[in-house]
Design a protein around this ligand. Structure first.
Ligand SMILES: [Mg+2]
Length: 393
């Protein structure tokens, strides 16, 4: 009987809304879906009013539970809905049953290599591997009775200063956060008048938060190289702290043209790039100032590899979203001066956990900072009231 020998994997789709790793799964009227926000589909006017109209929220979160012979359990919420549950049960499970849960590197590598013929670098297959990796960290932390941050090098800071993504920047400043990130409303499909409207909106927001408060913009893959350059120039007076994810992940290469044209602007990207291979080019080119891997979508082991690469290039790593998984990484990463806290209350005006109802005790910021407990694993407890549909295939 071994404490660490994996005996069973249970995978479920999260059925309760506003619970789990799909941060877009919310009721109608929520700012994350139903608002004019530039995105890859907003060039099509019929889909511009709402990101759920084209299916941004279609996948849903999943919940992965890993059990060992010794009666231990680790779990994680992950992304990819029924697609990733299928990948886990029909393919990846074979590498895990009977394996030692401490073998993070070998198991990540086996799962990754075995999926190369059909997976690609980003998306639900990699996200399924990531979810298993997170559940393994939770499991091993619980067996060793240590929080995950102590297993990956220990704290480099006592608490995390957070910036907030959402639609109430002035409020986030008053709450004591490092900065505020606001979604860009208009994109290339809206032409020069849309660019003008963007300019007015951010001039107004700059007035609201005052001259020096860090104000960032999220562009959610909506732009082109010329539009990104035009936007940075149009907003130069508004002193934008960073402009995020202007291009889709299939064109990381072109960030270098944007950086070359506007070197005075901080540029960031990476939330839809899920392995170290995607980040390699960005780092070599020094074409962005900050990279933003998503810990839920990459897995903790892969984000640590990405952070080590970024460290050699002196590029800051500020993970995207990822709730408690990003906090455990951030508190142990010398390359991570601040963490994101996405405000997922319907109007962005109340503090709620990033993963919603799925855990009873996910840490949230207080006065602009998040503190982590010393509970083992990721330190969170499953909320039994959340409906999980176990998927067996
Ligand atoms: Mg973003």
């Amino acid at each position: 009987m071994s404490d660490y020998k994996i005996s069973k994997i249970k995978v479920s789709v999260v059925k309760t809304q506003s619970a789990g790793a799909d941060y877009t799964d919310h009721a109608e009227g929520h700012w994350i879906n139903d608002r004019i926000i530039a995105n890859p589909m907003s060039v099509y006017k019929e889909y511009q009013h709402s990101r759920s109209s084209w299916g941004m929220d279609v996948l849903k979160g999943i919940f992965i539970q890993i059990y060992t012979e010794g009666g231990h359990e680790g779990f994680a919420t992950a992304y990819g809905g029924y697609l990733s549950t299928w990948v886990i049960k029909k393919h990846l499970e074979r590498f895990l049953i009977g394996a030692d849960a401490r073998n993070f590197n070998k198991l990540y590598d086996q799962m990754y290599r075995s999926a190369i013929p059909y997976s690609g670098q980003n998306g639900v297959v990699i996200n399924a591997i990531a979810g298993i990796n997170l559940a393994m960290w939770d499991l091993v932390g619980k067996i060793k009775n240590e929080p995950v941050y102590n297993l990956i090098g220990g704290k480099v800071r006592d608490k995390l200063h957070t910036y907030v993504t959402g639609v109430q920047p002035k409020m986030y400043k008053e709450w004591g956060h490092f900065g505020a990130k606001y979604p860009l409303p208009y994109g290339p499909g809206d032409g020069p008048s849309g660019l003008k409207k963007n300019q007015e909106i951010f001039m107004e927001l700059r007035k609201e938060v005052g001259k020096d408060y860090p104000l960032m913009i999220d562009c959610y893959m909506a732009l082109s190289v010329p539009y990104a350059i035009d936007l940075a120039n149009a907003l130069r007076e508004s002193n934008i702290y960073w402009i995020e994810e202007v291009l889709p992940p299939h064109d990381l290469e072109s960030h270098k043209y944007i950086k070359r044209a506007c070197p005075w602007q901080r540029w960031t990207t990476g939330e839809h790039t899920n392995t170290r291979y995607g980040f390699k080019k960005l780092l070599e080119d020094k074409s962005v100032d900050i990279i933003q891997p998503d810990v839920t979508l990459c897995g903790l082991s892969e984000v640590i590899r990405i952070m080590n690469m970024a460290s050699a290039y002196d590029v800051t790593v500020i993970p995207h979203c990822s709730g408690v998984y990003a906090y455990n990484f951030g508190i142990a990463s010398e390359m991570t001066p601040i963490n994101e806290f996405i405000n997922l209350s319907p109007n962005g005006d109340k503090i709620v956990p990033v993963f919603g109802k799925i855990f009873t005790d996910e840490p949230v910021p207080k006065d602009g900072y998040i503190s982590l407990s010393d509970k083992p694993g990721f330190g969170v407890t499953l909320n039994k009231e959340v409906e999980l549909e176990e998927v067996k295939f």
